[in-house]
Design a binder for this molecule. Sequence first.
Ligand code: SF4
Ligand code: SF4
Length: 436
Amino acid sequence: MLSARPVRGPFRNLRSWANAVLIAILFAIPWIRIGGEPLVLLDVPARRFHIAGLVIFPQELYFLWLLVIGAALALFFFTALFGRLWCGWACPQTVFTDVFAGLARRIEGWKGSSRPRRVAAWRVGLKHGVWIGVSAIAAFHLVGYFVSPYQLLADTRAGQAHPAALGFWIVCSGLAYFDFAFLRQKFCKYLCPYARFQGVLFDQDTLVIGYDEARGEPRGKRGRAEGDCVDCGLCVAVCPSEIDIRDGLQLGCIACTQCIDACNGVMQQIGRPEQLIAYRTLSGVTGWAGLRPRARVVAYGVLLLAVAGSFGALLGQRQAMGLHVAHNRDSLYSTMPDGRISNAFTLQLENRTREERRFVLRLVEADDFDLITGMNPVTVPPASALEARVFVVAREKPDTSSPQRVRFVLEPEDRKSRGLVRETRFLSPGQTHGDG
Ligand code: SF4
Ligand code: SF4
């Protein structure tokens, strides 16, 4: 059952704009290319993550972890200060549920604040058709964060879309339809993990949506009770979570502000001051006045700065190429007809720049070992990784009493930047194997 139509007011207008801007951003991001590179693309099959010009390879997942930890700390920081600001204003769950509810009210032909008693079957059918269409569009853009939307669109038009991408799109469309059309705020109330633990992030100075009980009670019809609340029930009727904010802060409250606009309208009509329901701290101070730095807010802020600083420092030290060395598991060493020992390695060469680059491979121990490669120098396309199989052959019969080391060097052919050195063991008969 949809809640009553939200009452016009400053918060409703602001939220409509915020919803439009957020959807535009969410939908635009997968399409944006900078210098030919996607702004955001989590390319799982290629094991490469493109984020704002940064191409992250699997060996650099600490960048992604820092981003995730930073996002969590930012959520803690803002929740401690502003309560469920994220839920009410920025969470895609709330944004799309609002959009779905708005579409339903238009299509069903709501005249006043509540649903007409009878809605024609064609209107109901059209509503579900539009909901399914919007779900498919939203799901397409979600998939677009993992598969290039340009490629997905072209492949779908040509009837050649990858079954995994197509399946992901169809499943996400179904989930979005079920969630935004039927679950709605029940998701926030019963399923959202953030709703469960946010209570521990709150303190007496956190800004929440609150009812001024001292002013509103005892409630009752105008002239029959002393409090300002005339018990009209409008704040409950417009609440998408179907809760009564007059009963105090509840888990289901997503801080959507619809009850504020509703109650302010009533207060205007009866000539009483607004803000009977308003943003206020749990200690009862109305508006921004209650906000002050506290130990937990400062702690979250300091941790957030530390994570941002670590991210910046790692980024500053990041090299434009990467080299990873691993013994071939199927053939750790082999003995050649002339008695020499050879080891086979798989090297992963990463080019983390946006230009094609040529790299030269060599060994530091060039007097003791020969390096045999299929191609040297190696050309690696922009923002890509290449796997190369190479062999290292010992010139002399190796001394098996102590492990021997080989050091691979990867250098840009133009030698404009420093090379990378990776050390590993050279295995001979009778030695236990292992990289590193
Ligand atoms: S909208 Fe305001 S006046 Fe009406 S019931 Fe809610 S708190 Fe009371
Ligand atoms: S109580 Fe008010 S702010 Fe909370 S969910 Fe209901 S309408 Fe939104």
